[in-house]
Design a protein around this ligand. Structure first.
Ligand SMILES: NC(=O)c1ccc[n+]([C@@H]2O[C@H](COP(=O)([O-])OP(=O)(O)OC[C@H]3O[C@@H](n4cnc5c(N)ncnc54)[C@H](OP(=O)(O)O)[C@@H]3O)[C@@H](O)[C@H]2O)c1
Length: 266
């Protein structure tokens, strides 16, 4: 999705992109559309050929790939990792140079939503700006402190799933209490979500404005709003506590794998 977004929007030229993957067949449609995208022989070859390297593997695989490529990275190679649960301090154990953590979101497929970025101190201002600008191909870009990256990831990257489930549950409840079909309820809920997102985002309406215009005091909408305002803080607090606990577990696994790989090497 990232490579396609950058190429489709012409933020990168296909000749400037090299990919390394264990299964090139999975990228057939990319190569059909962009035949000039080159496939490197392996990860180490790719790293030697590129000034900016984007690591798009799962967190544990990223640690393994880092261990594999560390000897081939130049000290000024700009490493960009999209792995969740892989803090800068773990990456620095393999590569002390410029690193950017990026949190993409599926919403990037629509050139919308937010890509989070977080640069370490070794990333120059111009490299940071260039990287931020590159990811604008996928929608909005927000640079944040690493300490907030997990909670921000919940909002942006887990967000599409969390919001889709929320709206799905709203539609399911409507079906349980009416003769609406699932399709009808889904259509009504999703269209309303889309329209509300546009009011909040494009129109810049504050939530309070929407409440004032829809939820008349003592009226029916207000009844529903009161219910949500009473229940949702607890639901979201629990949700964030659970995801933070999971991030913590994953980070422990990543640290253990890094220890194992570094212990084996030295
Ligand atoms: N999905 C999201 O919405 C999302 C959002 C934000 C961040 N992320 C982060 O993005 C990363 C990737 O997630 P994903 O959902 O895209 O996972 P994915 O679909 O499983 O993609 C991972 C890719 O890494 C490749 N790979 C694994 N080991 C490799 C190696 N040694 N050398 C070369 N390629 C290798 C895999 O190819 P094989 O076929 O060879 O295994 C696969 O194509 C994760 O770290 C995740 O935290 C994902």
């Amino acid at each position: 999705m990232i490579v396609r977004g950058l190429l489709d929007k012409k933020f990168l030229e296909p000749e400037d992109v090299r990919v390394s993957t264990r299964h090139p067949a999975a990228l057939t449609s990319l190569f059909e559309k962009y035949p000039s995208v080159q496939v490197a022989e392996n990860n180490c070859t790719l790293v030697r050929q590129c000034s900016r390297v984007l690591l798009c593997t799962k967190p544990l695989d990223t640690i393994r790939v880092l261990s594999e490529i560390s000897g081939d990275l130049q000290e000024d190679t700009h490493l960009v990792s999209i792995a969740a649960c892989l803090p800068m301090e773990q990456i620095a154990r393999f590569f002390p140079g410029p690193v950017t953590r990026v949190v993409p979101s599926l919403t990037g497929e629509m050139s919308s939503g937010v890509t989070l970025l977080c640069h370490n101190a070794a990333v120059t201002q111009s490299a940071a700006k260039e990287t931020d600008d590159l990811f604008r191909a996928l929608g909005n870009v927000v640079v944040i402190d690493e300490e907030n990256i997990d909670v921000a990831t919940d909002l942006t990257s887990c967000g599409p799933a969390l919001i889709a489930v929320l709206i799905d549950e709203f539609a399911r409840a409507a079906v349980r209490h009416s003769t609406l079909s699932e399709e009808q309820a889904h259509l009504l809920a999703v269209s309303t979500l889309s329209g509300t997102a546009r009011l909040l985002d494009e129109q810049g309406y504050p939530v309070e404005t929407i409440l004032r215009r829809v939820a008349t005091p003592g009226g029916i909408t207000e009844e529903g709003v009161k219910q949500l305002q009473s229940d949702m803080p607890r639901v979201y607090d629990t949700l964030i506590q659970r995801t933070l606990a999971k991030y913590g577990l994953r980070k422990t696994d990543v640290r253990a794998e890094a220890d194992r790989l570094l212990g084996r090497e030295f």
